[in-house]
Design a protein around this ligand. Structure first.
Ligand code: ADP
Ligand code: ASP
Ligand code: MG
Length: 443
């Protein structure tokens, strides 16, 4: 039987099942996910195996999801690019999915060597079924039946290759987009009704912003799914967006923690340090602003002197949508004569060239004078559920940024976040300024 991953959450997991210090784990299931840096070499894979053994010894049934060893996926992607700039994404998937397979096999070997019965699983073997959007496929169903059978019969640890799945109709391997092992892990957790999904990574939790940019960033004990979703989709790559969506939909508590903590140093009686991604209702103290995210993967396009007449926006954004290009921030200025306007918007930088070509082709239909573009821009976003009930949060940011001579090129707002587009060179300054402004710096 397959577990459908869409529709109402079938297997809501009681939030109380998250860390509360209780260690009655008989029959409880746990998913542990380890990212690329955490499995970068054999020593680190051994360290991972000790983490797994620790939980297994404590009585958990464990499914481990692993990423490719650090750098491997980048190398595989680069080889595809060098083989042919425009390649078939089905073959891209055949190539890039292999990274995770190596790690899964190696970890199973190491676990067996430590006396822990383990078996590796590739996406097609479970299977993890996806749609056919090669390169960024979405998980549709996960079959955890065989894993559960083996937990019961032999207490066997399942080591699952992250990032990959199977498109049932074509029988071909698919991958879930960069960072996709997070999503594999949460999907498996939902399918086997795991008590929790632990995401082991190279930071010890989710911070108020990327701790590599702001050393004073503060680690959060808890963060609501919705806030994590915004942080992730606005650039914080600590969790893949889709994994947070799945966690929210299926009520899977996700715990982000460090893989570098020594397994031996962890006191099983104490809750470990990390960040729990959970329902908003579980968070007692809510700040107005919880986090700041940024993304340099943005490009700006300005269409100059467009005819100010009905139907122009459709003539511009229609062809872009048809080309599968996502338009994000949009600003329109009516010129002094009132007859023409300038229209500025952003697209993902990966789609920049394609967007320009698409618009050039539609130039006659749109009717504009000139097209300008820039890739040296960044989007900085401020996120917080508390913004729903507080006015003036964005206005404070505009003032603070202007005091640092940071020019705002575009703005977007929604209920629990706002974003500004700025010059990329000013990203770190803007993030630090806003982090301090909203009182997020660690004391
Ligand atoms: P993994 O390989 O384990 O999947 P990633 O590199 O995908 O790890 O994600 C972890 C990285 O995310 C951290 O090293 C950190 O630099 C970055 N990051 C960005 N924003 C945040 C944030 N708000 N909190 C924690 N880490 C963040
Ligand atoms: N190895 C894949 C990547 O680098 C998936 C992952 O690590 O989550 O994107
Ligand atoms: Mg990742």
């Amino acid at each position: 039987m397959y577990t459908p991953l869409f529709g109402p959450a079938r297997n809501a997991i009681a939030p109380a099942a998250c860390y509360k210090g209780s260690r009655d784990v008989s029959m409880a299931r746990l998913v542990m996910k380890f990212g690329g840096t955490s499995v970068a070499d054999l020593d680190r894979i051994r360290n991972v195996a000790r983490h797994v053994k620790r939980e297994w010894d404590a009585g958990y049934d464990v499914a481990v999801v692993v990423s490719a060893m650090a750098g491997t996926t980048n190398q595989l992607v680069e080889w595809c690019r060098q083989a042919a700039m425009l390649h078939d994404t089905r073959e891209y998937d055949a190539v890039v999915a292999t990274g995770e397979e190596i790690t899964a096999g190696l970890l199973a070997i190491v676990l067996e060597g430590m006396g822990v019965e383990a078996r590796s699983w590739q996406g097609w073997q479970l299977p993890i079924l996806t749609d056919n959007a090669h390169g960024s496929a979405r998980i549709l169903e996960v079959n955890g039946e065989e894993l559960i059978k083996r937990f019961r019969e032999r207490k066997q640890v399942a080591v699952i290759a992250g990032f990959q799945g199977l498109h049932k109709e074509s029988g071909r391997i698919t991958t879930l987009g960069r960072g996709g092992s997070d999503t594999s892990a949460v999907a498996v957790a939902a399918a086997i009704k795991a008590e929790r999904c632990d995401i082991y990574t190279d930071v010890d939790g989710v911070y108020s912003t990327d701790p590599r940019v702001v050393p004073q960033a503060r680690r959060m004990d808890k963060i609501a799914y919705e806030e994590m979703l915004e942080l992730a989709s606005l650039g914080a790559k600590v969790m893949q967006v889709r994994s947070v969506e799945l966690g929210m939909m299926h009520n899977v508590p996700i715990f982000v923690r460090s893989s570098f903590e020594k397994p031996e140093d962890i006191d099983p009686k104490k809750p470990p340090s990390g960040t729990l991604i959970c329902d908003e209702s579980e968070i007692m103290e809510q700040q107005v602003v919880t986090g700041i995210a940024f993304s340099k993967d943005e490009a700006q396009i300005s269409i100059r002197r467009v005819q100010a007449k009905p139907g122009v926006a459709a003539a511009i954004f229609g062809p872009l949508a048809d080309a599968g290009i996502n338009v994000d921030m949009i600003v329109q200025n009516v010129s002094g004569d009132g007859a023409t306007t300038d229209l500025t918007f952003t697209v993902p930088s990966a789609d920049y060239e394609r967007a320009r070509v698409t618009l050039d082709k539609a130039k006659r239909a749109i009717g504009f004078e000139r097209l300008d573009g820039a890739t040296d821009v960044a989007k900085v976003s401020v996120i917080g559920i508390g913004m729903r009930s507080h006015a003036g949060v964005a206005a404070q940011a505009f003032k603070a940024l202007s005091e640092h001579q940071i020019n705002i090129l575009a703005i977007t707002t929604s209920e629990i976040k706002f974003s500004v587009l700025i010059k990329a060179a000013q990203t770190d300054l803007a993030v630090r300024t806003l982090h301090t402004l909203y009182g997020l710096d660690r004391a």
